[in-house]
Design a binder for this molecule. Structure first.
Ligand code: ZN
Length: 259
């Protein structure tokens, strides 16, 4: 019954062949998966479109190519984990560009500081997920810099599944929390040291902020720039292959024209 309902959803949100080819054409990292996974990526992208609600903001016109690009990139991390991981939210709000958020922070003396934060995306528990189309649309080109706003925000969703944004997603039984934390912390410390020294790093220096951002930033690199991520963070790369159950560095992208 469940299967039949899924088939109906996939048929309802079927992605036209030419649109799917263009989506893969623009994102080499989506073509790394083997043929069986490629079919599953397309099927799960349809299911994602059926379950989630896209809203445009700031006068943006949402086209099919945009929602399919977002959905396919969001599905990539959960290709082997299942879409249920995203059951905690429904809404995705797409802005034309980055958004300035007014922040407020109270210091130890009780003084309130207000400041602006510029966001390319934001994930809140229970949703919605906010994304800047300017950043999402550049995903094909920015992959070489390990930058991918969709994977970043959906890594936060995976992280928050247990109610805590702490860099620890729901782990399988064979991956102990202590091992996850030890590896993550060691590599975070290494990134912090290198960023402080002014070194160029494969991972976005933003990840040095703490475990939560480090997990999101490292997940971006794992999927869109895996060879470089593996070379700089071999232990973390290995840990991620066990969590995501994918090994992106092993697969070279299929030729551009492949379906
Ligand atoms: Zn973040």
């Amino acid at each position: 019954m469940q299967m039949r309902r899924q088939d109906a959803a996939v048929a309802r949100r079927a992605i036209p062949e030419d649109l799917w080819k263009r989506t893969l054409g623009r994102h080499a990292f989506l073509r790394r998966v083997d043929p069986a996974d490629a079919a599953e990526l397309r099927r799960m992208t349809s299911l994602f479109l059926d379950r989630k609600e896209f809203t445009a903001s700031g006068g943006l016109q949402l086209r099919d190519a945009m929602v399919v690009a977002i959905a396919a990139q969001a599905v990539l991390p959960v290709l082997r984990l299942g879409l249920d991981r995203y059951d905690g939210f429904v809404g995705i709000v797409v802005h034309p560009g980055q958004v300035v958020a007014r922040r407020q922070h109270t210091d130890e003396d009780g003084l309130v500081h207000q400041y602006d934060e510029v966001l390319a995306g934001e994930a809140m528990e229970g949703g919605p997920i906010m994304l800047s189309w300017q950043d999402v649309g550049a995903a094909g080109r920015s992959a070489a810099q390990s930058y991918n706003v969709v994977i970043h925000e959906f890594a936060h969703v995976l992280d928050m599944a247990d109610g805590l944004a702490d860099g620890v997603p729901l782990l399988p039984a064979e991956l102990p929390r202590s091992e996850w934390l030890a590896t993550l912390q060691a590599d975070l410390t290494r990134l912090q040291t290198r960023v402080a020294a002014g070194d160029a790093t494969t991972l976005d220096p933003y990840g040095a902020q703490g475990a939560e951002e480090f997990f999101a930033v490292a997940s971006e690199a794992f999927f869109v720039n895996p060879e470089a991520m593996q070379a700089e963070h071999p232990c973390l790369y290995g840990l991620f292959t066990r969590f995501y159950r994918q090994d992106p560095a092993q697969d070279t992208p299929a030729p551009r024209r492949a379906a």
